[in-house]
Design a protein around this ligand. Structure first.
Ligand SMILES: Nc1ncnc2c1ncn2[C@@H]1O[C@H](COP(=O)(O)OP(=O)(O)O)[C@@H](O)[C@H]1O
Ligand SMILES: [Mg+2]
Length: 291
């Protein structure tokens, strides 16, 4: 229903996204890539906030920029940097946004109470948002994106600033929301989406790297992910020779997980690839020092 057709985006001379093709239907799609990969650029184009330099985005065959308000009526969007009013309560804030959308107050009140219940904020509906945690603010953000009961919900890094418990709650909520609509969420954190996304989209070097199920993406490294135990003083040498994914201490030695293509050594154990392995491997040049 939503199709990204050969889309590129330039900022002046700089190319942020190049020749991307994507198709979305109902369900949850996770846009996964490190910072600077072009996630926000792609999402802003899907939200009609910026236009592609080349290519087009179609909803049921129609260009979304031509659809204009008819497209935006279908759309719910949470920007990466979500601006809200600290001195407002969630109810006041959502009523204000509903008024901007031309909703009647009575109808809006009813919808807002339902939405705030959905995002588990019923008990703070009249509290000023300046006292809210990061997770609570993000939930207000989701509620505002749902005001028009959108068919397409796009959330740009919605888990930034959330603690592990809030992340877990968030994943449940997203699964729920994706039952009856298209949900696209961007993140640079694998665990946010690996268990809930129907498909993962990865961008590398400005182009589409993968758009596939977690299982299929992981199979790209089948037989290439190993674990073994080495002595601590072998670690430096091992790091130089292999693409290390993780290392942890184990009874005074080091347990290492790494990528190897080719003949394996006897004391190595081949392990099933995880999405995190693919992420670390594919973006090893970009995220060096970050993880
Ligand atoms: N308005 C802009 N003008 C110039 N360069 C930009 C602009 N917005 C983003 N970029 C650049 O485009 C690239 C992709 O940015 P962005 O889409 O924000 O990536 P992500 O959301 O994955 O972190 C980055 O190199 C960024 O510096
Ligand atoms: Mg971004």
């Amino acid at each position: 229903m939503l199709v990204v057709k050969d889309v590129s985006k330039q900022y002046g001379d700089f190319t942020a996204i190049e020749s991307i093709n994507l198709e979305f239907s109902t369900g949850l799609y996770g846009l996964l890539a490190p910072n600077g990969a072009g996630k926000t650029t792609l999402i802003k184009m899907l939200a009609t906030l910026i236009s592609p330099t080349k290519g087009e985005i179609l909803y049921n065959g129609k260009n979304i920029s031509d659809m204009d308000d008819r497209y935006r009526e279908l759309l719910g969007y949470l920007p990466q940097h979500f601006g809200y009013y600290k001195n407002y309560s969630p109810k006041q804030y959502l009523l204000y946004l509903a008024a901007l959308k031309g909703m009647g107050k009575k109808e809006a009140l009813h919808i807002i109470e339902e939405l705030l219940e959905k995002v588990a904020l019923s008990d703070v509906i009249n509290k000023k948002m300046k006292k809210f945690s990061g997770g609570m603010i993000q939930r207000v953000g989701i509620a505002q994106a749902l005001l028009n009961n959108p068919k397409i919900l796009i959330l740009d890094e919605p888990t930034a600033g959330l603690d592990p418990k809030e992340r877990a709650r968030f994943r449940h909520m997203l699964t729920d929301l994706a039952r009856e609509r298209l949900v696209i969420i961007s993140t640079h954190i694998v665990s946010d989406i690996e268990s809930i996304a129907n498909e993962i989209i990865m961008i590398k070097n400005k182009r589409l790297l993968y758009k596939d199920s977690v299982e299929n993406i992981c199979s790209s490294l089948n037989g290439n992910v190993f674990e073994t135990t080495i002595a601590y003083d072998q670690l430096e040498d091992f790091r130089l020779k292999h693409s290390l994914l993780s290392e942890k201490q184990e009874y005074g030695n080091m347990r290492v997980r790494f990528i190897h293509k080719g003949e394996a050594e006897r004391n190595w154990t081949v392990v099933p690839p995880q999405l995190e392995d693919v992420f670390l491997y594919e973006y090893r040049d970009e995220i060096e020092g970050e993880v």
